[in-house]
Each structure stands twice: as structure tokens, then as C-alpha cells.
Design a protein around this ligand. Structure first.
Ligand code: CA
Length: 230
């Protein structure tokens, strides 16, 4: 059955263009021209992914995102204005999985849609799994142990927690604020730069030690953990 994508975009030219391209790719497409209608369509159910513009009448994309996240973990790709870092961070913190900056190349958006849908299907399978893998990197939750190519990597508790969260969210851009909230906890008092410090620890213990590149910096935004194939 075709996956159903909801496009929430008030610029009808962009909305129609997306509808055409997505249908061409074999997706079913729903369109909402304002935030409130978009939210209603998600509440009606049966949406596999949302492409959500940030600037919308009736209800902003950020608000739609926050409200959707209260009842659904459907993948959300946000459309943001070019180079506006604060929009991206707010979008990711409100629960978006990814963002694409306008103007965007349709190929890039389609690629991100495929990744988000694949990840959604995979995360259902992974939810109960003990072992997370990325190439030769293996994390066993049961054993609380991380190895690369069967060589054990000693990690402190926070390093382990951070790596676990990164691996559970493979392919998703994570802001520093999000990492603080999920790994250090809501009540953490201090600088979000602590994430940079711990990312550095992980890189020296994994990326640098084994000559690999799992953790990528998204400038001004945060980090993304990705599969690395040799
Ligand atoms: Ca708009």
C-alpha cells in the first residue's frame, strides 16, 4: 500500500508542485494550506509522514509540530527559511525529525523522505531489540557494552547514555538542547556546551581510534549519527 504524505504549506504553488512530484514517486498525498487544517488531518490518522512549512496561517509549523508530538511520532520534515539557524533548532526541539531549507532541490527532499520513512519502519523493529549496530559498531543494552570490530570500547556512564541516544536516533539531526534534555535530563543546570565536550570524548574513543566517522557536526545546530561503511 502506498505511503500517505501530508503536505502542510500555504503557498499553493509549492504545495501543488510537491503534490505532483510526490504522486509521481508513488506516494499518496494530502494537502493542508494552514496549520490548523494540517493538525486536523493528522488527528484523522493514516498519515505516514508530514512535510511541514514553518510559516503558516492559523497555527505555526512549530505549534503544529508540538501538538502532533503529543499523540504521534509520525516523521516530520520541516521546511525552513534559508540559513535561519534558530528556526532549525526550534523546529528540531519541537519534535521535527529533519528539515530542508527553502529553496530546496526536490531530489534532496525525496531522499530525506525515503530516509525518514525507512527509519520509521526500522525503529518499530528496533524498539525491543537489545543490540544496536552501525557498521562494525555494536551496542548491547543488556550487557551495557560497546564494541567496534569486536574490540571493547570503555565508556563512562554519560558517554554510554549519549551514544545510546545517538544510535537510537540514527540519521536524525539532534540539537544540543535535545541532547541535554534526553541524556542529561530536564533538570540539568549548566551549559549546553557540555554536549560538545562529550561528543569529543566519543569521537576520540570511537571515530579517531578506529578511523571512522559516525558523528557529524551540523554547524550551529547540533549533531547527527550516521552509518559508516568502510
Ligand atoms: Ca509559508
Amino acid at each position: 500500500m502506498a505511503e500517505r504524505i501530508l503536505v502542510v504549506e500555504d503557498e499553493s504553488k509549492i504545495a501543488r508542485f510537491l503534490e505532483l512530484e510526490l504522486k509521481h514517486e508513488g506516494y499518496e498525498v494530502e494537502i493542508a494550506f494552514d496549520g490548523r487544517t494540517g493538525l486536523e488531518k493528522v488527528q484523522e490518522g493514516d498519515i505516514d509522514l508530514i512535510i511541514l512549512d514553518l510559516m503558516l496561517p492559523m497555527m505555526s509549523g512549530i505549534e503544529v509540530c508540538r501538538r502532533v508530538r503529543k499523540f504521534s511520532d509520525v516523521p516530520i520534515i520541516m521546511l525552513t527559511a534559508k540559513d535561519d539557524i534558530s528556526d532549525k533548532v526550534t523546529g528540531l526541539d519541537s519534535g521535527a525529525d529533519d528539515y530542508v531549507t527553502k529553496p530546496f532541490a526536490i531530489e534532496e527532499l525525496l531522499a530525506r523522505i525515503r530516509v525518514a520513512l525507512k527509519r520509521k519502519n526500522q525503529s518499530v523493529k528496533d524498539a525491543n531489540k537489545d543490540t544496536l549496530t552501525a557498521g562494525k559498531l555494536v551496542l548491547s543494552k543488556l550487557k551495557h557494552k560497546v564494541t567496534y570490530d569486536d574490540q571493547e570500547i570503555p565508556l563512562s556512564k554519560k558517554e554510554y547514555d549519549l551514544l545510546l541516544f545517538l544510535m537510537e536516533n540514527k540519521g536524525v539531526v539532534l540539537s544540543r538542547e535535545k541532547l541535554i534534555e534526553k541524556v542529561w535530563g530536564y533538570d540539568f543546570i549548566g551549559d549546553t556546551n557540555v554536549t560538545d565536550v562529550y561528543i569529543r570524548y566519543l569521537r576520540s574513543k570511537i571515530d579517531e581510534r578506529f578511523g571512522v566517522k559516525f558523528i557529524r557536526t551540523i554547524r550551529g545546530v547540533g549533531y547527527i549519527f550516521e552509518d559508516y561503511e568502510e
